[in-house]
Write a protein that binds this ligand. Structure first.
Ligand code: URA
Length: 438
């Protein structure tokens, strides 16, 4: 076997064998197959696609390129969630405490933000002292003692994916469905998840632009899960406009706290209840696919403050300053806070998620390359949802910036991200579909 023959075979539209895929991924991980050869294979896969069998084989080869965690002794049935990336997506901060408050432990490894999408770890690091880089032993001890962990990757999980993603990112090969599916599922499988809820975003601020594409990606991941003996539920959810109102690290932590204390935006609450409900169902707490049997318990845990209590416990367990979550005024604050008014009256027709995400990124909330530091204080808070009626002069957005100049640039960009209509506009759906592996 050699790398060139495997690349040529895929280039010509032939199906690769399990052995060829395993050989390529193993040799790429060890450095014997070179970056430009792996990039060529990704481009061939981008154009030729992969069969179900090939996709499952590349997923398992990537999952097994590093350590496979076994959390069954610590947690029993291991349930996890994954969002394909979004703007204002602070779901994990709310969903994990909710699920744990309902009696299902969760130990989750999250990522950092890249490009216009935010990352859970960056948000949590707005809190002084929060340790998002637990060691493997700290991870296991905290899972056992507290039943909730939210940290970065502790082990050498799916190293082939990390290496391959870095090449895909700079070679125009990220948007290949089998490669996205293998990338996401290899990490979840290596992380030891038995049940996985996938939140597959679709729209202006997502990789997938159409519901059809998002559905197809979801089905590929469900098939991988089935082939690997995992239960998967995939939600196809809206990412045309930001989720909730806040976009930016500390701003999103504040919105998550508000939500856990019963003052959250309606769309965010509903989104979190649905994701949490599907996690509980996979963990055996409910049977109904419409979540009617777990919903009352989730609503109660939100209303009675138990989920909020679990969030506080999580912050404390990971060394974060609990005073800052008890009093969010103590979280990092931007020196410039500028209000943006609506330049016209009408119904809001568009709040372009990617443009709002890029505005927050350029204010400093995200990073252009992996090693950039992030500014936890800055970002954008939108004050409306698509379908809202506004009057000229109404508050449209609030910009949190380091300088007046940065705020001015952001103001122009957020205004251009909005569109108005004289006619009534239907609110956007939160979810477009849900797919089950069973
Ligand atoms: N998220 C991932 O983890 N991998 C991809 O390829 C795309 C989104």
């Amino acid at each position: 076997m050699n790398a060139v023959e495997i690349i040529e075979k895929k280039r010509d539209g032939e199906e690769l064998t399990r052995e060829e895929i395993r050989y390529f991924i193993d040799k790429f991980t060890s450095g014997d197959i070179l970056d430009y050869q792996a990039t060529a294979l990704c481009m061939a896969i981008y154009f030729q696609g992969m069969t179900r069998r090939e996709t499952s084989d590349i997923t398992m080869a990537m999952a097994e390129s590093g350590e496979i965690l076994d959390l069954s002794d610590t947690l029993g049935y291991v349930v996890d969630k994954h969002s394909s990336g979004g703007v204002g997506d602070k779901t994990s901060l709310i969903v994990l405490p909710l699920v744990v408050a309902c009696g299902v432990p969760v130990a989750k490894m999250s990522g950092r933000g890249l490009s216009f999408t935010g990352g859970t770890l960056d948000k949590l690091e707005s809190i002084d002292g929060y340790n998002a880089m637990l060691t493997r032993q700290q991870f296991l001890t905290q899972a056992k003692d507290h039943g909730i962990v939210l940290t970065g990757q502790t082990a050498d999980l799916a190293p082939a994916d990390g290496k391959l993603y870095a090449l895909r990112d700079v070679s125009g090969t990220v948007p290949s469905k089998p490669l996205i599916a293998a990338s996401i599922m290899s990490k979840k499988i290596a992380g030891g998840a038995d049940g996985i809820v996938l939140d597959v975003k679709v729209g202006l601020g997502a990789f997938m632009q159409t519901v059809e594409d998002a559905r197809e990606l979801s089905q590929i991941m469900i098939n991988i899960g089935k082939d690997a003996g995992r239960q998967v539920t995939a939600l196809v959810s809206d990412m045309n406009q930001p989720l909730g109102y806040a976009v930016g690290n500390a701003l999103e932590v504040i919105e998550a706290i508000d939500t856990l204390q019963g003052r959250g935006p309606e769309d965010l609450i509903e989104h979190c209840l649905v994701v949490a409900g599907h996690m509980l169902r996979l963990a055996g707490k409910g049977k109904s696919t419409n979540l009617s049997d777990v919903r009352p318990m989730l609503e109660e845990k939100l209303a009675n403050g138990e989920a909020w209590g679990v969030f506080r416990k999580l912050i404390e367990a990971q060394g974060g300053n609990v005073k800052q979550v008890d009093n969010p005024n103590l979280l990092p604050k931007a020196p410039v806070v500028a209000e943006v008014e609506s330049p016209q009256s009408g119904s809001i027709q568009m709040i372009h998620a990617k443009e709002i995400g890029l505005t927050a990124l350029n204010l400093g909330a995200g990073r252009h390359s992996k090693t950039d530091p992030v500014d936890h204080a800055v970002g954008v808070v939108v004050h409306h949802k698509v379908g809202d009626r506004v009057k000229k002069g109404d508050r449209l957005c609030t910009i949190h910036a380091r300088t007046e100049e940065a705020a001015q640039i952001a103001e122009e960009r957020v205004l251009a991200a909005h569109a108005w209509s004289d006619e009534d506009v239907e609110p956007l759906s939160l979810f477009y579909d849900v797919l089950f592996s069973e």
